[in-house]
Design a protein around this ligand. Structure first.
Ligand SMILES: [Zn+2]
Length: 281
Protein backbone atom coordinates (compact mmCIF):
# COMPACT_ATOMS: atom_id res chain seq x y z
CA UNK A 1 0.00 0.00 0.00
CA UNK A 2 2.74 2.41 0.99
CA UNK A 3 4.61 1.53 -2.18
CA UNK A 4 1.48 2.16 -4.25
CA UNK A 5 1.06 5.56 -2.64
CA UNK A 6 4.70 6.36 -3.30
CA UNK A 7 4.37 5.39 -6.95
CA UNK A 8 1.18 7.44 -7.25
CA UNK A 9 3.01 10.37 -5.69
CA UNK A 10 5.96 9.97 -8.02
CA UNK A 11 3.69 9.77 -11.05
CA UNK A 12 1.88 12.90 -9.95
CA UNK A 13 5.23 14.58 -9.34
CA UNK A 14 6.37 13.49 -12.76
CA UNK A 15 3.27 15.03 -14.28
CA UNK A 16 4.05 18.28 -12.52
CA UNK A 17 7.66 18.07 -13.59
CA UNK A 18 6.65 17.69 -17.21
CA UNK A 19 4.23 20.58 -16.84
CA UNK A 20 6.98 22.71 -15.31
CA UNK A 21 9.35 21.83 -18.16
CA UNK A 22 6.73 22.87 -20.67
CA UNK A 23 6.05 26.20 -19.00
CA UNK A 24 9.70 27.10 -18.50
CA UNK A 25 11.75 25.11 -21.02
CA UNK A 26 15.18 26.61 -20.47
CA UNK A 27 14.56 29.29 -17.87
CA UNK A 28 17.44 28.76 -15.49
CA UNK A 29 16.78 30.37 -12.13
CA UNK A 30 18.82 33.35 -11.06
CA UNK A 31 22.07 32.07 -9.54
CA UNK A 32 21.26 33.59 -6.17
CA UNK A 33 17.98 31.75 -5.99
CA UNK A 34 19.30 28.58 -4.48
CA UNK A 35 15.89 27.26 -3.47
CA UNK A 36 14.69 27.55 -7.04
CA UNK A 37 17.70 25.55 -8.21
CA UNK A 38 17.05 22.79 -5.70
CA UNK A 39 13.37 22.75 -6.69
CA UNK A 40 14.22 22.50 -10.39
CA UNK A 41 16.72 19.68 -9.93
CA UNK A 42 14.40 17.84 -7.56
CA UNK A 43 11.65 17.73 -10.18
CA UNK A 44 14.09 16.84 -12.94
CA UNK A 45 15.36 13.94 -10.85
CA UNK A 46 11.84 12.60 -10.22
CA UNK A 47 11.00 12.95 -13.86
CA UNK A 48 14.15 11.19 -15.01
CA UNK A 49 13.69 8.33 -12.58
CA UNK A 50 10.23 7.69 -13.99
CA UNK A 51 10.99 8.06 -17.66
CA UNK A 52 14.45 6.53 -18.08
CA UNK A 53 15.09 2.80 -17.87
CA UNK A 54 16.64 1.84 -14.50
CA UNK A 55 19.43 0.00 -16.35
CA UNK A 56 20.31 3.17 -18.24
CA UNK A 57 20.38 5.19 -15.03
CA UNK A 58 22.52 2.52 -13.38
CA UNK A 59 24.99 2.48 -16.26
CA UNK A 60 25.70 6.18 -15.66
CA UNK A 61 25.68 5.75 -11.84
CA UNK A 62 22.75 8.14 -11.51
CA UNK A 63 21.01 8.72 -8.22
CA UNK A 64 23.29 6.51 -6.19
CA UNK A 65 22.98 9.00 -3.35
CA UNK A 66 19.64 7.41 -2.54
CA UNK A 67 20.23 5.06 0.36
CA UNK A 68 18.74 1.61 -0.08
CA UNK A 69 19.72 0.25 3.33
CA UNK A 70 17.66 0.97 6.44
CA UNK A 71 19.13 3.33 9.04
CA UNK A 72 20.25 2.14 12.46
CA UNK A 73 17.06 1.70 14.46
CA UNK A 74 15.74 4.89 16.03
CA UNK A 75 18.96 6.80 15.44
CA UNK A 76 19.18 10.02 13.50
CA UNK A 77 22.15 11.92 12.08
CA UNK A 78 21.65 15.59 11.27
CA UNK A 79 23.39 17.00 8.19
CA UNK A 80 23.49 20.66 7.14
CA UNK A 81 24.30 21.49 3.53
CA UNK A 82 25.26 24.53 1.48
CA UNK A 83 27.06 26.56 4.15
CA UNK A 84 28.92 28.03 5.79
CA UNK A 85 26.62 31.00 6.08
CA UNK A 86 26.35 34.01 8.31
CA UNK A 87 24.51 33.97 10.62
CA UNK A 88 23.19 30.48 9.83
CA UNK A 89 26.22 28.45 10.88
CA UNK A 90 26.50 30.14 14.28
CA UNK A 91 22.77 29.79 14.90
CA UNK A 92 22.94 26.08 14.16
CA UNK A 93 26.03 25.59 16.33
CA UNK A 94 24.24 27.30 19.20
CA UNK A 95 21.22 24.99 19.02
CA UNK A 96 23.41 21.89 18.66
CA UNK A 97 25.40 22.96 21.69
CA UNK A 98 22.23 23.47 23.73
CA UNK A 99 21.23 19.85 23.12
CA UNK A 100 24.81 18.48 23.07
CA UNK A 101 24.15 17.09 19.60
CA UNK A 102 26.82 16.72 16.92
CA UNK A 103 26.17 17.02 13.22
CA UNK A 104 27.86 17.01 9.83
CA UNK A 105 28.24 20.15 7.75
CA UNK A 106 28.51 19.61 3.99
CA UNK A 107 30.16 22.85 2.95
CA UNK A 108 30.48 24.54 -0.40
CA UNK A 109 34.17 25.24 -1.07
CA UNK A 110 33.83 28.82 -2.22
CA UNK A 111 31.76 29.69 0.85
CA UNK A 112 34.24 27.93 3.13
CA UNK A 113 36.99 30.05 1.59
CA UNK A 114 34.91 33.16 2.16
CA UNK A 115 34.15 32.33 5.83
CA UNK A 116 37.20 30.48 7.21
CA UNK A 117 36.30 31.56 10.73
CA UNK A 118 32.96 29.74 10.46
CA UNK A 119 34.73 26.58 9.27
CA UNK A 120 37.05 26.87 12.27
CA UNK A 121 34.12 27.31 14.65
CA UNK A 122 32.40 24.18 13.31
CA UNK A 123 35.64 22.23 13.76
CA UNK A 124 36.19 23.69 17.24
CA UNK A 125 32.68 22.66 18.29
CA UNK A 126 33.94 19.13 18.81
CA UNK A 127 32.92 16.13 16.79
CA UNK A 128 31.22 18.04 14.02
CA UNK A 129 32.59 17.05 10.63
CA UNK A 130 33.32 19.52 7.86
CA UNK A 131 32.53 17.70 4.63
CA UNK A 132 32.96 18.32 0.91
CA UNK A 133 29.88 19.45 -1.03
CA UNK A 134 31.79 20.64 -4.13
CA UNK A 135 33.33 24.04 -4.83
CA UNK A 136 30.41 25.91 -6.37
CA UNK A 137 27.43 23.53 -6.19
CA UNK A 138 26.82 22.76 -9.87
CA UNK A 139 24.67 19.89 -11.07
CA UNK A 140 27.30 17.22 -11.84
CA UNK A 141 25.01 15.85 -14.58
CA UNK A 142 25.45 19.12 -16.47
CA UNK A 143 29.26 19.52 -16.37
CA UNK A 144 32.12 17.58 -17.93
CA UNK A 145 34.36 15.17 -16.08
CA UNK A 146 37.27 17.59 -15.77
CA UNK A 147 35.11 20.22 -14.13
CA UNK A 148 33.58 17.63 -11.82
CA UNK A 149 37.08 16.71 -10.66
CA UNK A 150 37.97 20.36 -10.17
CA UNK A 151 34.85 20.91 -8.07
CA UNK A 152 35.84 18.06 -5.75
CA UNK A 153 39.59 18.59 -5.53
CA UNK A 154 39.52 22.36 -5.09
CA UNK A 155 37.37 21.82 -2.01
CA UNK A 156 39.49 18.91 -0.78
CA UNK A 157 42.10 21.09 0.90
CA UNK A 158 39.43 23.09 2.75
CA UNK A 159 37.43 20.22 4.12
CA UNK A 160 39.40 17.04 3.74
CA UNK A 161 42.46 17.66 5.82
CA UNK A 162 41.24 16.26 9.12
CA UNK A 163 39.15 13.32 10.19
CA UNK A 164 36.96 11.17 7.99
CA UNK A 165 36.46 12.38 4.43
CA UNK A 166 32.87 12.69 3.33
CA UNK A 167 31.44 13.87 0.02
CA UNK A 168 27.87 14.71 -0.88
CA UNK A 169 26.84 15.49 -4.45
CA UNK A 170 25.00 18.77 -5.07
CA UNK A 171 21.35 17.78 -5.51
CA UNK A 172 22.47 14.18 -4.90
CA UNK A 173 23.36 13.87 -8.59
CA UNK A 174 26.07 11.24 -8.83
CA UNK A 175 28.28 10.21 -11.76
CA UNK A 176 30.49 7.14 -12.29
CA UNK A 177 33.61 9.25 -12.89
CA UNK A 178 33.25 11.27 -9.70
CA UNK A 179 32.31 8.19 -7.67
CA UNK A 180 35.65 6.74 -8.69
CA UNK A 181 37.56 9.98 -8.11
CA UNK A 182 36.27 10.60 -4.60
CA UNK A 183 36.87 7.00 -3.56
CA UNK A 184 40.45 7.24 -4.84
CA UNK A 185 40.82 10.27 -2.58
CA UNK A 186 39.52 8.42 0.45
CA UNK A 187 35.99 9.79 0.56
CA UNK A 188 32.78 8.07 1.52
CA UNK A 189 29.73 9.26 -0.42
CA UNK A 190 26.84 10.37 1.76
CA UNK A 191 23.21 10.57 0.72
CA UNK A 192 20.21 10.82 3.03
CA UNK A 193 17.29 8.75 4.30
CA UNK A 194 15.09 11.76 5.03
CA UNK A 195 14.83 14.94 2.95
CA UNK A 196 13.50 17.61 5.29
CA UNK A 197 12.36 19.53 2.19
CA UNK A 198 13.20 22.72 4.05
CA UNK A 199 13.81 24.28 0.63
CA UNK A 200 10.21 23.65 -0.39
CA UNK A 201 8.56 25.38 2.56
CA UNK A 202 8.20 29.10 1.95
CA UNK A 203 8.88 31.92 4.37
CA UNK A 204 5.42 31.65 5.88
CA UNK A 205 6.16 28.00 6.70
CA UNK A 206 3.80 26.62 4.06
CA UNK A 207 4.43 24.22 1.19
CA UNK A 208 2.26 24.28 -1.92
CA UNK A 209 0.43 21.22 -3.18
CA UNK A 210 2.86 20.51 -5.99
CA UNK A 211 5.94 20.62 -3.77
CA UNK A 212 4.16 18.56 -1.14
CA UNK A 213 3.62 15.78 -3.67
CA UNK A 214 7.19 15.86 -4.95
CA UNK A 215 8.53 15.83 -1.37
CA UNK A 216 6.07 13.27 -0.03
CA UNK A 217 4.64 15.72 2.51
CA UNK A 218 1.17 14.58 3.66
CA UNK A 219 -1.64 17.11 3.61
CA UNK A 220 -1.71 17.62 7.37
CA UNK A 221 1.89 18.86 7.34
CA UNK A 222 1.53 21.42 4.56
CA UNK A 223 1.79 24.20 7.15
CA UNK A 224 3.92 22.28 9.61
CA UNK A 225 7.57 21.86 8.65
CA UNK A 226 8.56 20.48 12.07
CA UNK A 227 5.66 18.01 11.99
CA UNK A 228 6.74 16.79 8.57
CA UNK A 229 10.35 16.16 9.63
CA UNK A 230 9.28 14.32 12.78
CA UNK A 231 6.74 12.21 10.90
CA UNK A 232 9.31 11.36 8.23
CA UNK A 233 11.80 10.29 10.91
CA UNK A 234 9.17 8.12 12.57
CA UNK A 235 8.22 6.56 9.22
CA UNK A 236 11.85 5.64 8.44
CA UNK A 237 12.56 4.84 12.12
CA UNK A 238 15.55 7.15 12.02
CA UNK A 239 18.15 7.95 9.44
CA UNK A 240 20.41 10.59 7.94
CA UNK A 241 18.40 13.83 7.75
CA UNK A 242 19.11 16.36 5.00
CA UNK A 243 18.74 20.02 5.93
CA UNK A 244 20.18 23.25 4.53
CA UNK A 245 21.85 26.13 6.31
CA UNK A 246 20.44 28.53 3.78
CA UNK A 247 16.78 27.92 4.51
CA UNK A 248 15.02 29.99 7.16
CA UNK A 249 12.69 27.13 8.08
CA UNK A 250 15.58 25.04 9.31
CA UNK A 251 17.19 27.90 11.23
CA UNK A 252 13.88 28.84 12.81
CA UNK A 253 12.77 25.30 13.57
CA UNK A 254 15.93 23.38 14.42
CA UNK A 255 15.38 23.72 18.17
CA UNK A 256 11.83 22.32 17.88
CA UNK A 257 12.98 19.53 15.56
CA UNK A 258 15.70 18.33 17.92
CA UNK A 259 13.36 18.61 20.92
CA UNK A 260 10.71 16.64 19.02
CA UNK A 261 13.15 13.93 17.95
CA UNK A 262 14.35 13.56 21.54
CA UNK A 263 10.76 13.40 22.80
CA UNK A 264 10.11 10.65 20.26
CA UNK A 265 12.98 8.67 21.70
CA UNK A 266 15.49 9.06 18.89
CA UNK A 267 19.18 8.97 19.66
CA UNK A 268 21.53 11.31 17.81
CA UNK A 269 24.57 10.00 16.00
CA UNK A 270 26.85 11.22 13.26
CA UNK A 271 27.20 9.77 9.80
CA UNK A 272 30.76 8.82 10.75
CA UNK A 273 29.53 6.56 13.56
CA UNK A 274 29.99 2.82 13.03
CA UNK A 275 26.28 2.07 12.83
CA UNK A 276 25.77 4.55 9.98
CA UNK A 277 28.59 3.11 7.85
CA UNK A 278 26.32 0.68 5.95
CA UNK A 279 24.36 3.78 4.81
CA UNK A 280 27.43 5.31 3.14
CA UNK A 281 28.88 4.38 -0.21
ZN1 LIG B 1 23.52 21.36 -1.66
Amino acid sequence: MIRMLMVAGLLAASHWALAAEQVQPAAAPAPQDESAAIRRHHLKRLNERLTVEPAVLASSCRYESDIATPPPLNRVALTFDDGPTAPGTDNILEVLKKYKVHATFFMIGEKAQQYPELVDRVRAAGHDVVANHSWSHPNFHDIDVARQAGEVLRTDSLTGTDGPKLFRYPYGNSTCETNQLVREHGYKIVGWHIDSCDWAYDRTGAIDAREAISCGVPHQFMNDYVGHVLAAARARRGGIILMHEIHPNTLKSLDAIIAGLLADGFGFGMVTDADFQPSLR
